[in-house]
Design a binder for this molecule. Structure first.
Ligand SMILES: Cc1cc2nc3c(=O)[nH]c(=O)nc-3n(C[C@H](O)[C@H](O)[C@H](O)COP(=O)(O)O)c2cc1C
Length: 223
């Protein structure tokens, strides 16, 4: 990318944020993980530039920092999340490391980023932590929480009690699900029922609740 093209990308993030605001979105998440553009600048595995956007940590994170700054200008104090690959899980001295993530987390916190969504890998083929083992990326959320970040965990969370335990133990502030919601689109309702909390649903769904269930849940929802 030329410097002019980089400036245009920052402008585009700003314009997209403005449209999101005008459209009434509640939250924006900037994707700086999984080999997407911002991640590809952050990691020396992919960033071989020799200008102010490549080289040391400061240079490689410059585009992310410019984008976040611009998005904040457009988004005001509304909730802003950032997803990063906390580790690249790829054996190379050029890999982005946990120490890099702890460092960028400090900057993101200072910018008022509300939540860091903790994933891994995705930059080069085969890099990342994959699987279906329970909460397999949780340690990265815990690590960034230790440096003061508010975090989300994703990966291998399938059970309501498991999600609740993660929150209760202070290992993440938000639990995200991917594949389990594809397997079971009604998961949120199931989780609410299992955990004994009101089921979040549009009112038209209430007619589908079983008698005892609907009464209790409707009563709670009206508070
Ligand atoms: C079909 C599919 C598409 C996905 N697309 C994206 C994506 O565009 N961006 C992203 O950050 N993660 C994407 N993911 C990864 C999920 O966000 C999530 O991090 C990953 O599936 C692990 O969580 P899980 O075990 O709950 O599925 C995708 C996952 C699946 C299964």
């Amino acid at each position: 990318m030329t410097l002019t093209e980089i400036d245009a990308v920052v402008d585009d993030f700003g314009a997209a944020t403005r449209r999101a605001r005008e459209a009434g979105f509640d939250v924006i998440e900037i994707h700086a993980a999984h080999g997407y553009l911002l991640h590809s600048f952050m990691s020396a595995l992919s960033n071989t530039r020799d200008d102010q956007y490549g080289g040391d940590y400061e240079a490689r994170t410059r585009l992310l920092r410019e984008v976040i700054t611009r998005v904040r200008e457009e988004w005001g104090e509304r909730p802003l999340f950032v997803r990063i690959s906390v580790v690249e899980a790829f054996e190379s001295p050029d890999s982005w490391t946990l120490a890099d993530s702890e460092r960028i987390a400090g900057w993101l916190i200072d910018q008022g980023v509300d939540l860091i969504d903790c994933s891994t890998g995705g930059l080069v083929p085969g890099a990342g932590i994959f699987g279906d083992t329970p909460a397999y990326q949780l340690e990265y959320s815990e690590a960034l929480r230790r440096v003061g970040a508010t975090t989300a965990v994703v990966g291998g969370i399938t059970e309501p009690a498991q999600a609740e335990e993660i929150l209760r133990d202070g290992k993440a502030d938000l639990v995200l699900l991917g594949r389990e919601l594809l397997r079971n689109p009604g998961w949120v309702g199931r989780a609410a029922a299992e955990l004994g909390v009101p089921r979040p649903a549009p009112p038209q769904y209430f007619r589908a609740y079983r008698p005892g269930e609907s009464t209790a849940l409707l009563t709670e929802r009206t508070h």
